[in-house]
Design a protein around this ligand. Structure first.
Ligand code: PXL
Length: 276
């Protein structure tokens, strides 16, 4: 059985990070090992969230895993809460990553703003982890903070390609920009493979609302697709289609959640899409 280890927080309510990565990757028939970085009562979009840091646990977890000789097909990092956790994620890659695909989702910002608790200095430090990844998948806000360039809501394809080249110049082989729109009513992902110097993109009709946590669902699905042997292009397409379906089923429910999507109800679609 294929195996992924993912390092990110547990937001007890919020449907993001580990509480989506674990079910989504598992539904894709991949064993999912977790490194919880912190426990929060909710994700940080709620006010008054609690936060219990688990940094002290991570190295002992990795030490034990190494003693047991565990190996993983992919290592996937999401929301990381401190400079120290960035360094530990780099050491996760060094210790377990020789034969694994290394995916970094530099979760830290959206809609032009850093999430609560993050700084520009953290974004610059995140560059160091991105350099060690095979694939990074920021949104445009995160890309702007990584590259220290102004965040733009209006852009064209030339700009997107330029940003992608700058992102792979940080050191990752491939970069995917998520949440990209180049035409009104269309939303998707635009990617660049620096090893083959090729671009690819995938767009869907945009759903009527945007939700929190969809970036984590997108990245988890990308990892699951790739570890299942899908091509980069196909894994991107599956991730875009699944997120669209998650939003679609959420909007079908009257008085639906606003803090996250009904991804659970879209799991049958994901399995069908993966095997279709
Ligand atoms: O979805 C990214 C994410 C993950 N974890 C926590 C968050 C967020 C986004 O706000 O707050 C704790």
């Amino acid at each position: 059985m294929k195996k992924i280890a993912t390092m990110q927080d547990i937001s007890c309510v919020g449907k993001c990070s580990l509480t989506v990565a674990l079910p989504v990757i598992s539904a894709m028939c991949i064993e999912t090992a977790v490194i919880p970085t912190a426990v929060l009562s909710t994700h940080t979009m709620f006010s008054g969230f609690t936060f219990h840091d688990l940094t002290g646990e991570i190295v002992p977890i990795m030490d034990h895993w190494q003693k047991e000789g565990f190996a993983f097909d992919a290592l996937y990092t999401g929301y990381l809460g401190s400079f120290e956790q960035l360094n530990i994620a780099a050491s996760l890659f060094a210790r377990f990553g020789a034969a694994s695909l290394k995916i970094v989702d530099p979760c830290m910002a959206d809609n032009g703003k850093l999430y609560a608790g993050f700084t520009k200095e953290f974004a610059q430090a995140m560059k160091g982890l991105c350099a060690k990844a095979d694939i990074i998948c920021p949104n445009m806000t995160e890309a702007s903070f990584l590259l220290d360039i102004p965040y733009q809501t209006e852009y064209d394809e030339v700009y997107v390609r330029d940003v992608l080249r700058q992102l792979t110049d940080l050191g990752a082989k491939k970069a995917v920009l998520t949440g990209i729109s180049l035409a009104k009513g269309k939303l998707g992902a635009y990617a660049y493979d620096s090893e083959t110097d090729t671009f690819l993109s995938y767009f869907n009709d945009e759903e009527a609302e945007h939700f929190h946590g969809t970036g984590d669902i997108w990245a988890s699905t990308l990892c699951g697709g790739l570890v299942n042997g899908k091509s980069f292009a196909e894994a991107i397409a599956i991730a875009c289609d699944f997120v669209k379906e998650c939003i679609h089923v959420t909007l079908q429910e009257e008085n639906h959640n606003t803090y996250g999507v009904n991804f659970e109800q879209a799991i049958p679609y994901l399995i069908q899409r993966l095997n279709g």
